[in-house]
Design a protein. Structure first.
Length: 193
């Protein structure tokens, strides 16, 4: 926990060195590329021309719009489910990672209006997975809840086109690869500082 607090403190303090702020939003894939949603925010701190480190915050989920309420009555040892539209539950996670990003276009041509970043990130994942089990008669069997904090490894690639100080682009990545992992695919926009 001390390492996480130190990492978060360094990330917040390093914001004064940022040259770009990027935000992306789109789909999170858990087997199907459009299973869920994600949101990501990062800022780039240049290390060398075309090389950056980027503290990154990512939130992704495949929780569905339907609602499941589960509670247990210990008095008569019965389980109750309300609104059984889902049979599986879902996953939700937030990641804080430090990425190393390389922009080959900027390594070749410093004043290009285009960016192509390739990167790998390492950090922490805060997660909660809920699984609801039913038998063949749609009778509730049980619920499994898995939650906690673990190390995470992710990779991503994104392309941006600059219009003055603003830019827009696309973002693709594979996040939380030390667990089951999932893909992200979305649009990205941001500004130069």
């Amino acid at each position: 926990m001390k390492k996480l607090i130190l990492l978060l403190t360094l990330a917040i303090n390093s914001l004064i060195f940022a040259q770009e702020i990027r935000t992306s939003i789109g789909f999170a894939g858990y087997g199907n590329p459009f299973d869920g949603l994600y949101f990501s925010f990062d800022y780039g701190i240049p290390v060398y021309n075309g090389i950056e480190i980027a503290p990154t915050f990512t939130f992704n989920t495949n929780m569905k719009y339907s609602r499941i309420k589960y509670y247990r009555n210990d008095y008569d040892n019965e389980n109750y489910i309300i609104d059984k539209k889902l049979n599986s539950g879902g996953k939700i996670s937030g990641l804080f990672e430090l990425y190393l990003l390389i922009n080959p276009i900027k390594l070749i041509h410093n004043n290009s209006k285009q960016d192509l970043y390739l990167g790998v990130g390492y950090g922490y994942s805060f997660y909660n997975h809920n699984y609801y089990n039913f038998d063949e008669n749609n009778k509730f069997i049980g619920v499994l809840n898995d939650s906690g904090i673990r190390n995470s490894l992710s990779t991503r690639i994104f392309y941006n086109y600059h219009i003055k100080k603003l830019f827009v682009g696309i973002n693709f990545g594979l996040v939380d690869l030390l667990d089951e992992g999932n893909s992200i695919l979305g649009v990205q926009f941001g500004t130069k500082l």
